[in-house]
Design a protein around this ligand. Structure first.
Ligand code: ADP
Ligand code: ASP
Ligand code: MG
Length: 449
């Protein structure tokens, strides 16, 4: 099929019946869209994550279940409560309730992923019906049969070859006659347990599905008209970018631009899928094309912000003229599966940053045992309430003019750990989180106004 397109609709795009109807207009208006991946209704995954946590009292649990039911039922009601959909939705809600009340839930990673998968399951059930009521031949397909992953619950890794085989067998044959509506974010392991790809993972799912069905185009429909020079919530001066390269967009996503899950572009680059990002509320406003080679390659293109960073400084007087110190530090971190983002070193110390998303354990997941092992031969300091700001572009190596502009613009701010030179594609630094939004706005005005 020429220009086979996979469309992904995010949480705000499918938040209610009205928003879903705008998404349906997009699907019906483009005959190339044959696969649709949806997120859970906006806010539902947060409630499910809360439900899955330990120590949630019964009163709160019931409250969360009621809130979720209300969100789904309001869409069902707007659909005219067709009997078959009502039965299927009730089954899902009952299964959710049953799972949420299992005493072993608090300790069971597979059950936690099972719980959070219900948001996407209910969403695709309802969206397929929205399409059917508009005379579109849509089927609701359980992606867990196709999106096979490892058993790393909460952040599962896809098994790309298997996904391809399953998709070619189970999805491709239907594409001629139907629009296949399915779930983002969820998959299953080899034992059949439900898994999830990590928060915001629906973008990644859609890219994996696009790769597996040999789609030419992946559309990511969200609540903004494309990728902007920075998060438009941070400054009104942010403006959309018409075309951006895979490299630049991947870098922006890695450094916190929430618009795309960081792994989204990996399958797209592998398969050469063109990616479009636009707003389901204003499809006519256009958006951003992410392409292999962009016409323009500006020195800097965008600014990304990632909050919740932890800075770990490891200091040893023995590092002076010593060999093997860094290897030892990184060996300990590797043993504990800690992933490091930025690193700077001086003669007797090394500073590194870890990502510490709100739901993670303390200190970027750095366990006390790792701290103890490091403390056996050096001093360890841990600071949080920091944010990472990254300028993204093509020529950001040391000596580029951007460094000077940055220091000018941010003279009155407290900057920590500036990293430039390792890659021409980014220039990063840390700043206290309470000033991070101001730093981005100020830097944006220096670079883009
Ligand atoms: P969805 O639910 O559709 O996946 P997300 O909330 O995950 O939507 O991502 C869209 C949001 O990403 C936007 O509302 C915007 O605030 C944020 N964002 C962060 N960085 C950027 C950027 N550079 N360009 C556009 N949006 C961005
Ligand atoms: N619903 C999931 C989340 O909120 C996945 C996604 O929206 O991409 O994280
Ligand atoms: Mg998202």
């Amino acid at each position: 099929m020429n220009n086979l397109t996979v469309a992904k609709f995010g949480g705000t795009s499918v938040a209610n019946f009205e928003s879903m109807s705008l998404c349906a207009n997009i699907v019906i208006g483009d005959e190339n869209i044959r696969v649709v991946a949806v997120s859970a209704q906006s806010g539902v995954t947060n409630k499910l994550v809360r439900l899955s946590q330990a120590g949630v009292e019964q009163v709160e649990r019931d409250q969360l279940l009621n809130e979720i039911r209300d969100i789904e039922y309001s869409i069902l009601t707007d659909l005219g409560s067709p009997e078959s959909i009502k039965v299927a939705l009730d089954n899902l809600l009952n299964e959710l309730k049953e799972t949420a009340n299992k005493p072993e839930l608090a300790q069971s990673m597979p059950l936690k992923d099972h719980i959070v998968s219900f948001g996407e399951q209910m969403s695709s059930l309802l969206f397929a019906e929205v399409l059917r009521q508009r005379q579109c031949h849509a089927i609701n397909f359980d992606i867990r049969q196709v999106l096979k992953t490892d058993s790393h619950f909460g952040k599962a890794e896809p098994q790309v070859e298997l996904i391809r085989t399953q998709a070619q067998n189970l999805i491709t044959p239907d594409l001629e006659k139907s629009v296949v509506v399915t779930q983002g974010f969820i998959g299953s392991d080899n034992q059949g347990n439900t898994t999830t790809l990590g928060r915001g993972g629906s973008d990644y799912s859609a890219a994996l599905i696009a790769e597996a069905v040999d789609a030419q185009v992946l559309q990511i429909w969200t609540d903004v008209t494309g990728i902007y020079t920075t998060d438009p919530r941070l400054t009104d001066a942010a403006r959309p970018i018409a075309e951006i390269s895979f490299d630049e967009a991947a870098e922006a996503a890695t450094f916190g631009a929430k618009i795309l899950h960081p792994a989204t572009l990996i399958p797209a680059i592998r398969a050469g899928t063109k990616v479009f990002v636009g707003s389901s509320k204003a499809p006519e406003a256009g958006g951003t094309w992410i392409v292999n080679k962009s016409e323009s390659r500006p020195s800097y293109r965008a600014i990304a912000l990632r909050k919740d960073q932890v800075l770990v400084t490891v200091k040893s007087p023995k590092m002076l003229h010593a060999t093997g110190f860094l290897a030892k530090v990184f060996g300990i971190l590797a043993d504990h599966k800690i992933s490091i983002d930025l690193i700077t070193t001086s003669e007797i110390s090394v500073a590194l940053t870890l990502d510490n998303p709100p739901n993670a354990t303390k200190f970027g997941g750095l366990p006390q045992e790792a701290i103890d092992e490091l403390q056996a031969f050096c001093e360890v300091t841990i600071e949080d309430n920091l944010s990472l700001v990254a300028v993204i572009g093509n020529h950001l190596e040391s000596g580029s003019a951007v460094g000077g502009k940055l220091f000018n613009a941010l003279e009155k701010f407290n900057l920590r750990m500036i990293c430039q030179g390792a890659s021409p594609h980014n220039l990063c630094f840390l700043t206290p989180t309470d000033k991070a939004n101001d730093v981005v706005a100020q830097l944006h005005s220096e670079l883009f106004d």
